[in-house]
Design a protein around this ligand. Sequence first.
Ligand code: UDX
Ligand code: ADP
Length: 470
Amino acid sequence: MRLGFLRRRDSNESSFFMKICCIGAGYVGGPTMAMIAFKAPDISVTVVDLNEKRIAAWNSETLPIYEPGLDEVVKTARGRNLFFSTDVKGAIAAADIIFVSVNTPTKTYGVGAGRAADLRYIESVARTIAEVATSPKIIVEKSTIPVRTATTIQEILAAHPRAAKCQVLSNPEFLAEGTAVADLTNPDRVLIGGERTPEGEAAIEALVAVYARWVPRERIITTNLWSSELSKLVANAFLAQRISSINAISALCEATEADVDEVANAIGKDSRIGPKFLKASVGFGGSCFQKDVLNLTYLCEHFGLPEVAAYWESVIKINDWQKRRFAANIVKALYNTVADKRIAVLGFAFKKDTNDTRETAAISVCRDLLTEQANVVVYDPKVPAHEIVADVLGKGAPANPRLTVAASALEACAGAHAIAIVTEWDEFKTLDYAAIFAGMPKPAFIFDGRNILNLAQLRAIGFRASGIGK
Ligand code: UDX
Ligand code: ADP
């Protein structure tokens, strides 16, 4: 088989060594492709999306996602060898390697609703590639997908009379939002799965060569397709499980006067456990953990493993419980009623240094407080007000006068009966809490859902201060 990606291009054809196209200009596709373009000036990288607004933003001064350090990377490569376009078919036709980085949300309808991944976007992309790809290409699954999705893509390609023979690889992305640039610059590992055939091995090597421009070769792991697809789900499930484990223990700490940070520090010193991802919190959020664990449980059930499914499902159950427990503790501490009380919610993004709100614990906390008739005032440094309102109340829902968005933390806290820290933004660590306390009705409460504040100092000011697992 003659693969276009293995041949160096003629100078009259293109000055680039290789052409990459990425379908999907989201939180994964955008930063990942920007990094490849940044590190490999001789590779042309075109990121395409059906969403015209998103592409326009990638081509503007204000990128559609907030990610520290990303502006510099994009500005260096954009127009040189990094392009953003809505011409999906044109970019596919021209590419040697096609990354598929579209969304794979949890299904909301039909069989597997609430658990299985919705593969409609993956299938639609596969059909477009089958229609347009008349020369051999490497197709790379970048989106997180259920194990064996590559078969679907292969079958759709094989069924198309004109489609060229393409190789499908799995190359899951492990970057975390908020630290995407650092994660992409210096990844713990790059995982590439492919068919163990000569053509598959050649495709794997072509992709290895792209990452090897800046990632040490020993950190680039190659596996068979299914191990790679499954490893992404399992990595996220293990990470989510660690947070649910420490969050479960946080409740026990509160009941026993142990301190969850001290416990985490003590167990984390064991090199077999390790210190990372042991931060108790109001609950994990983000587009990956819940979706991927649910997807894993669905797969386990599908393959006749209900016990395994139940085990992983408990990770989600504890997380839901932790979010609700945080709101319930606020109500309980405020004498079992927050009706008509002003509650300042500081932070709305699912973690600091991102404007992403998907599955953020803040949605659950705000909803529970609104159900209790509180007046909720949210402040987040990066999430726009209209998005906060739409996330809490639902898109297009009528406004609720009890939910407002403040332009600063100080504005949110002024006159509040209680403050709830929901996202660990650095600016919340250095607020003038003495001045804030002076402007609050007494007793003044503060609930630190991220354990970022010094509770002893807050108590010295006069706050009734509590953290998670404290
Ligand atoms: C995660 C994985 O880390 C990443 O490898 C994968 O590619 C995508 O999913 P992300 O969701 O972007 O990344 O962020 P992450 O840093 O993992 O945080 C997820 C959630 O867990 C956040 O809400 C965070 O606040 C919470 N968290 C994380 C904790 O509550 N405690 C911790 O110790 C760590
Ligand atoms: P992630 O966090 O995984 O990057 P996002 O939802 O941020 O997910 O981004 C996925 C992107 O994929 C969206 O911008 C969406 O418009 C785009 N997309 C979905 N289907 C297609 C398609 N068939 N062709 C092009 N782009 C698509």
